[in-house]
Design a protein around this ligand. Structure first.
Ligand code: SF4
Ligand code: SF4
Length: 405
């Protein structure tokens, strides 16, 4: 049975099978009995309506329930935003392959920003390493490379995530309408509506969708050592802090190590004082020593963080959940559902760059509004040698690759 009701929030052209009717049809026979044995949280999640069907009152109630549930589960206050698409904006991404050094900072910034599972590991961005001169055949690429230093001589790197296809096979195959394209071009997933059948994964030619085989574990309990180089007052209760990632520190974590990239992360200085970072740091790579990376960011604190006066004095970024979330973006997922890159909706619909674009130490990532003729991404499309992956499939990606130099 189909339901062609229009979205309350946005226009949705999806014919939609009601999940309850899907259940009634017997495909999920036994689920009702199973749910009867489940706790109230599981039942609340299962019977939540599809996002686009919620009335304003029901949405308010749903958000309140989610925020309370997440606070109880993760021990801190969460915000679940519902910001809609910005009028006259169609998001697009372009990646400069001549700059990418394969450092995977984008992939780990994404893990941290988007509350991806650390165990089992889920990554939206795979960085593929390939010997130079072998073309860009994805089947020849190695996503599991481990190098002491990057870039490895004679190799090129190709980061791949969801291509936000205009003609997206994934949304067409979903039997329950749990995934759809928003007016700003982002393909989203309603994690409450997904039944975990994984048809979308099978249909995606880019391997962009990930399945939560286990309950996502959102922190490792680890920290990343950094040297605090300077801390300048920036107005009441704020300090601009420059830190250097201490790559040679014994505490250096192996992947998936956390990156000092994410808004509102707890931070301890050398004296053990606890601070809260507030803005995402701007990458400031020290070109003379590629193995160290400096970050500038603001912290909210009563007093300035202690600077490291000796080589062995470190501050620490703690691995923590990101409580700034979006309903269709980085809010915590659960076992048995599919997820994927959503262009950091919680950031980009509020005028910020995606975490991966912000962290890239060599500036290979460009993000912007494809409808704005003055945007950087339009400049790239008009002036560089641009291509998309698997063009022959007519998926019409809004993720472009180019060679800037
Ligand atoms: S890359 Fe895959 S998941 Fe992303 S829109 Fe295209 S088909 Fe869907
Ligand atoms: S896994 Fe979820 S999103 Fe993918 S097809 Fe199934 S229901 Fe739809």
């Amino acid at each position: 049975m189909t339901d062609t009701k229009k979205s309350r929030h946005y226009e949705s052209s999806l014919p939609m099978v009601s999940r309850r009717n899907f259940v009634k049809s017997g495909v999920l026979g036994g689920v009702a009995a199973y749910l009867a044995a489940c706790d109230t949280n599981t039942q609340e999640e299962f019977f939540a309506k599809r996002f686009t069907e919620l009335t304003p009152e029901a949405l308010k109630e749903r958000i309140a329930w989610l925020e309370k549930h997440y606070e109880k589960t993760y021990g801190e206050a969460f915000k679940v935003g519902t910001e809609g698409p910005i009028p006259d904006v169609l998001f697009g991404y372009a990646l400069d392959l001549s700059r990418c050094v394969g450092c995977r900072r984008c992939a780990y910034a994404c893990v941290s920003e988007n509350n991806l599972s650390r165990d089992p590991q889920v990554h939206y961005i795979r960085v593929l390493e390939q010997p130079k001169g072998t073309g860009l055949d994805l089947h020849l690429a190695n996503p599991y490379y481990e190098r002491d230093h990057v870039p490895e001589e004679g190799h090129v790197y190709l980061p791949v995530a969801c291509q936000q296809c205009e003609n997206s096979p994934c949304e067409r195959v979903c039997p329950v309408g749990a995934t759809w394209k928003e007016p700003d071009g982002v393909i989203v997933v309603d994690y409450d509506w997904c039944i975990g059948c994984r048809y979308c994964m099978a249909s995606c030619p880019y391997g962009a969708r990930k399945f939560n085989w286990g309950a996502p574990k959102m922190t490792t309990g680890d920290s990343l050592a950094v040297k605090v180089l300077s801390a300048k007052p920036k107005g009441e209760g704020r300090f601009e802090v420059i830190v250097e990632e201490a790559l040679d520190a014994p505490e250096r974590l192996q992947p998936p190590h956390i990156m000092p990239t994410v808004v509102k992360r707890p931070f301890l200085d050398a004296k053990g004082n606890r601070f809260m970072t507030e803005t995402l740091p701007v990458a400031d790579t020290n070109p003379a020593a590629r193995s160290t990376t400096r970050y500038r960011f603001e912290v909210v604190a009563k007093e300035a963080p202690a600077t490291s006066s000796k080589d062995d004095e470190y501050g620490y970024f703690l691995d923590a959940v990101n409580p700034d979330t979006h309903y269709l973006g980085n809010r915590p997922r659960k076992k048995g559902v599919v997820e994927k890159c959503h262009f950091c909706l919680q950031r980009t619909r509020n005028g910020e760059y995606p975490a991966c674009a912000e962290i890239c130490p060599v500036g290979s990532r460009k993000f912007g509004n494809l409808l704005d003729p003055d945007s950087e991404i339009r400049y790239v499309l008009a002036n560089k040698r641009v291509f998309v992956l698997k063009e022959e499939l007519n998926t019409r990606p809004k993720f472009f690759y180019f060679f800037g130099v």
